[in-house]
Design a protein around this ligand. Structure first.
Ligand code: NAP
Length: 430
């Protein structure tokens, strides 16, 4: 028997497991710090994007195959080290994603009310690390920094009415706080222009169909229409949405303003954030942004930076600091140690991008480990954890947790997620 450990039970982890489990004589352990699986599907994908979250059924199919096992509530780094895993398994694959925000490095970024998207998204999705965030929703203005899909998710969630969350799995604390929110003006700040956005058309189009909120684009920021012909088709569709927002301004109580060529250079406030200082930019021939010296202020009681994520380093594991990911030769980090998904390539692409990535790393591992080195694998991990008095959460346990979440669901929602590790464990009688 050959033994593989995958650290992280998100999309990259399960797509890799899907390829590995098709090979003969491979036992795969999918290890996660939380007692619940699916990583970004559960705590990253927006709660009102249930069709994307439905891919977890495919991962469930993988998890239920005989040679794949979920080992939940085991923290690699504290409960068991990477070196111990490498000694026990023929291959260890880091599928730990990129859960940390890239730092917003401007004066005032440490003021109360300045948060990163990892925290805000984790909060509305019930990640136990962020359940107590209590974002400041008591002022009309919010600045959302970044021009990617996460900025769109954040702006849309801030703008929706409670009724628009019907059928979603947004957690109760977020639904209640957003329902009572004073937010009326959301500014999405992009340091470059409409042709440089990292937003996809479906997600951008959704902003045009919100109940009480309307997107606004200053026509003066749009490049000549003929220039759109040079864009790839997806990008052209996105820009068409921006053109339509600019051409058809709709008056609704909540506004979502696209501030293009707008680089935040400072955050100010007395004891908490009150305004963001923004410098107008211009682009050079390489499409890099440069400040023009012209500045303006945006009133904001909350600033959410959505400028990308990074993988937390693990002591002893080679790491690329500039890119915020593990250093690997196309997935191979060190003998017996691999990376896949965002931990390998950085935080780019959609959930589906992890499918070919997982397949490739899975095949690479199968080839590299050959017939295996007769390692202890599963039995060895079980003995090690037992010696430390650690009882992992199994997939069967997770299904009991999920059953309890489904049972607690309100108003036709798919589930009401537990937002603390204690509550998850209580559901399985621990
Ligand atoms: P992203 O797509 O990389 O976008 C990051 C944005 O932040 C860019 O607009 C970037 O601008 C801007 N930025 C970076 N540093 C900045 C700074 N110092 N000041 C101001 N702006 C800065 O990242 P993301 O939005 O976090 O998304 C991560 C990945 O998840 C993406 O692949 C995304 O498509 C995916 N995702 C998909 C969905 C979906 O399909 N529904 C939902 C959410 C996320 P520049 O271009 O100027 O660097």
């Amino acid at each position: 028997m050959r033994h593989v450990a995958i650290v992280g039970s998100g999309p990259a982890g399960y797509y890799t497991a899907e390829t590995l489990q098709k090979a003969d004589d491979i036992a795969v352990d999918v290890i996660d710090r939380l007692p619940v699986p699916y990583g970004l599907i559960r705590t990253g994908v927006a709660p009102d994007h249930q069709s994307i979250k439905a891919v977890s059924r495919r991962y469930e199919g993988v998890a239920l195959t005989d040679n794949v096992r979920f080992v939940g509530h085991v923290a690699v780094g504290t409960d068991v080290t990477i070196d111990e895993l490498v000694a026990l398994y023929d291959a260890v694959i880091l599928a730990t994603g990129a859960p940390n925000d890239r730092p917003l490095d401007i004066p005032g970024a440490d003021l109360p009310g300045v948060i990163g998207s990892a925290a805000f998204v984790g909060w509305y999705n019930g990640h136990p690390d962020f359940a107590g965030l209590n974002p400041l929703l008591d002022a009309p203005g919010v600045a959302v920094i970044g021009n990617g899909n996460v900025a769109l998710d954040v702006a849309r969630i801030l703008a929706k009415t409670p009724a628009e969350f019907a059928g979603s799995d947004i957690v109760a604390h977020a639904r209640d706080a957003l329902g009572a929110s004073a937010v009326r003006h959301i500014h999405i700040l992009g340091r470059r222009g409409p042709h440089q956005i990292a937003m996809t058309p479906k997600e951008l189009g959704e902003l045009g169909h919100l109940e009480r909120a309307s997107p606004r684009v200053d026509p003066a920021d749009l490049p000549p229409e003929g220039d759109d012909a040079l864009l790839e088709p997806g990008m052209r569709k996105s820009v068409t949405h921006l053109r339509s927002f600019a051409a058809n301004p709709v008056a609704k109580p909540v506004t979502i303003d696209f501030d293009f060529f707008a680089m935040p250079i400072g955050i100010e406030g007395d004891g908490r954030v009150q305004r963001v200082i923004v410098e107008r930019t211009t682009l050079d021939a390489d499409l890099r942004s440069h400040g023009t010296g012209e500045t303006y202020a945006i009133d904001a009681g909350l600033v959410i930076s959505c400028i990308g994520y990074q993988t937390p380093p693990i002591p002893g594991v080679p790491y690329e600091h500039g890119r915020g990911r593990f250093a690997s030769d196309d997935g191979r980090i060190l003998p017996g140690l691999y990376a896949v998904g965002w931990a390998r390539r950085g935080p780019s692409g959609t959930i589906g991008t992890n499918k070919p990535d997982g397949a490739r790393i899975g095949e690479m591992v199968i080839e590299d480990i050959g017939r295996g080195a007769g390692k202890a694998g599963r039995a060895g991990l079980d003995a090690l954890l037992a010696s430390r008095d650690i009882t992992p959460v199994t997939f069967r346990d997770w299904r009991r947790i999920e059953e309890a979440e489904v049972k607690a669901a309100l108003d036709g929602n798919p589930r009401e997620k537990f937002t603390s590790i204690e509550a998850m464990l209580e559901a399985i009688g621990r």
